[in-house]
Design a protein around this ligand. Structure first.
Ligand code: SF4
Length: 653
């Protein structure tokens, strides 16, 4: 039966050099979808309790999505999964490009690695032939160079996921790259790949991906594409910056329609927020202790979206994406080009470190992409080190003679090189801010902003408390790609799912209401988590789903592709099952969910004295309890109850 999924996974035992195909029953897809859900189902008890994330017992998986390759739009995301060495929790990271369909074209919904090789290897699949090949000559080379060499050898059609030197050197903030420096950056899974001595996965298959009702899929995609193509002229980017100022000074906020964000993405990419977000308090500044006052428009213009766009020489789309927010930019110096720096990278390496040097943003972006290191965690760790330096907790001598004053772009370039290669002080900083603070001591932990060990992204929970909640409650703590009050408004799930709080189009509300815990807010946060599990089981891009569930028809695509005829509520129940299984994974690994709460500074403890988020504190304990309750988990511990596990059909021994 044609149902969009391939019905098989590949298990690769790197210790023995053996391969094994496993057939997955249809019922598993019906309960967990594919992608992230399938991975959670498979890894829950295949990774032993208490497993060392960098030991051979950890399992590293590369999964595609149920909708990938079916003609559904925005369905080109792949995920890497495993136990995170950064947080000790369930770990996953997500990336676009062209690797996701390549997994399915080899005949698999996922490829999983157990054990560890003694010498560097890469997996090569060409049609039905599967080989582990020697990667000694690639070890030490950066991610882009390695990909180019592998494509020279295996042809331009081969799709490559690869680690850079930071993954090889087991940096806990390293990720896995594809499409020449795009990176599945979060959770430190590059280090898991490095620990297995697996340099790359190279895929070149030709298998057909078939849907139940191809005509219906095509019809849905055509309708969705009409919304994607609708675009109003947005004018110069300073307008977006000034809109941010207006949003800051108004006492009211407005329910956002994702069409607006879609138009920003289309015009500038995620960098369209570079000046707007700091203005209205969405971007943390100066290691989260600063504010919009420290980073006014005249400073944030160093990353003016129009200025960056002028360097863009080509735009690109991920597989099956009609929007295309990506681009390549030209630069001068050691490298001639880089991926258009994303908003997260620009703010983590810019405002968070008070760095106004535009050229350095491009250079750091390219260095980190090549090194295979997460730009968010790298920038946040440098910002942490800068604050330690300012406070005299570390000296210039401790920093290998580097003057780590706020905004010193040259120092950042030297430091990033050292972090990627674990040289000198870079060795201490290469595992993120929490471990760096432990190594430094002297109270440095007070200045490391993280949730469960992972640095949160550049979205401030003091502006949108939904971010603070998801950073704190998700089984992968510190993640920004799951939910927020803003995301809930854009998903517009209430239009399809019964029982969810609704919003009027462009509903105006007083900002103060954002900072009060309520059952409706908990329902909204839980709905975001459930829906994102459906999205990540489908292989969809979150940006595409921001158009709203009636314009980007996730549930309808799933029914057309699989022939299931499930209701939106049934899909949301699948999302709840995946969320609960990931949480059960954490409990089995000995994680205490309460310990993943975001650092106090980022919650407004104490509140800021000035700027966009002045005087705000997130009532996080109550919000976490309410969220856990929505899932039927113990509201005081965050542990799934037996009743909930039974109801969802989860065997969580
Ligand atoms: S919106 Fe951007 S990130 Fe998402 S699939 Fe399209 S090009 Fe890729």
């Amino acid at each position: 039966m044609n149902r969009g999924y391939m019905g098989k996974i590949l298990m690769v035992d790197l210790s023995k050099g053996e391969f094994r195909e496993e057939t997955i029953r249809d019922e598993v897809y019906e309960k967990y979808l594919s992608g992230l859900g399938l991975a959670a189902y498979l890894l829950h008890d295949r990774i032993p309790a208490g497993a060392d994330p960098l030991g051979p017992e950890n399992v590293l998986g590369f999964v595609s999505g149920l909708l990938t390759g079916t003609g559904s739009l925005f369905a080109g995301r792949w995920m890497v999964v495993g136990k995170s060495p950064l947080t000790g929790t369930w770990g996953d990271a997500n990336c676009g490009g062209s690797f996701s369909p390549a997994i399915k074209r080899c005949g698999y919904d996922g490829i999983f690695f157990t054990g560890a090789s003694e010498k560097p290897v890469y997996l090569y699949i060409k049609n039905n032939k599967i080989e582990l090949k020697d990667a000694s000559s690639l070890w030490g080379k950066d991610a882009i160079e390695s990909e180019e060499l592998l494509q020279e050898q295996h042809g331009r059609g081969a799709r490559v996921a690869v680690i850079g030197p930071s993954g090889e050197k087991l940096s806990l903030i390293s990720g896995i790259c594809n499409d020449k420096g795009r990176i599945a950056a979060r959770s430190g899974l590059g280090a898991v790949m490095g620990s297995k001595k697996l340099k790359a996965v190279v895929l070149d298959g030709k298998k057909r991906i078939a849907s139940y009702d191809q005509a219906a899929v095509r019809k849905l995609s055509k309708k969705c594409n009409k919304w994607v193509q609708f675009q109003l002229p947005l004018g110069p980017s300073i307008g977006a910056g000034l809109l941010g100022t207006l949003l800051r000074v108004l006492p009211t906020a407005m329910a956002m329609d994702g069409m607006i964000y879609k138009m920003i993405l289309r015009q500038w990419g995620t960098g369209g927020l570079n000046q707007m977000s700091p203005e209205w308090g969405d971007s943390p500044i100066k290691n989260w202790k600063g504010s919009s006052t420290d980073w006014p428009l005249k400073r944030s213009k160093s990353a003016d979206p129009d200025k960056i766009k002028r360097t863009e020489f080509v735009k690109y789309h991920c597989y099956s994406c009609p929007l295309g927010c990506g681009g390549k930019c030209s630069m001068t110096g050691k490298y001639s080009e880089t991926h258009k720096p994303e908003y997260e990278s620009v703010l983590a390496l810019g405002g968070l470190c008070m760095n106004e040097d535009t050229d350095s943003l491009f250079l750091l972006n390219e260095m980190l992409n090549r090194g295979g290191m997460d730009t968010i965690s790298a920038g946040a760790t440098i910002a942490f080190a800068m604050e330690c330096y300012e406070r005299g907790i570390v000296t210039r001598e401790d920093m290998d003679g580097i003057d780590l004053a706020w905004g010193n772009a040259d120092a950042m370039v030297v430091l990033v090189h050292k972090m990627i290669n674990r040289e000198g002080i870079g060795d201490l900083l290469a595992d993120g801010s929490r471990l760096a603070a432990e190594r430094i001591g002297k109270g440095a932990h007070l200045y490391a902003v993280h949730a469960g060990g992972q640095e949160p992204a550049m979205h401030d929970g003091r502006q949108d408390p939904g971010f603070a909640v998801h950073y704190s409650v998700e089984p992968t703590p510190g993640r920004h790609t799951i939910g927020s009050q803003l995301y809930y408004e854009m998903f517009q799930l209430w239009k399809k799912v019964k029982g969810l709080p609704g919003k009027w189009p462009f509903q105006i509300y007083h900002k103060n209401t954002k900072y009060k815990a309520s059952i409706d807010k908990a329902k909204e946060a839980a709905a975001c988590s459930k829906y994102m599990n459906v999205i990540n089981g489908s292989g969809l891009c979150m940006f595409g789903t921001f158009l709203g569930v009636t314009r980007t028809p996730t549930f309808d695509w799933l029914n057309a592709v699989t022939g299931w005829n499930k209701t939106p509520e049934e899909y949301m129940e699948i999302g709840a099952r995946i969320q609960t299984l990931k949480q059960a994974f954490n409990i089995r690994q000995g994680v205490e969910p309460k310990n993943n709460k975001l650092s106090g500074r980022a919650l407004g403890l104490p509140p800021q004295a000035e700027g966009a988020n002045k005087g705000r504190t997130v009532p996080i304990d109550k919000m976490m309890e309410d969220y856990w309750q929505q899932f039927g988990w113990d509201s005081s511990t965050g542990k799934p109850t037996v009743d909930t596990l039974v109801r969802l059909g989860i065997d969580a021994r």
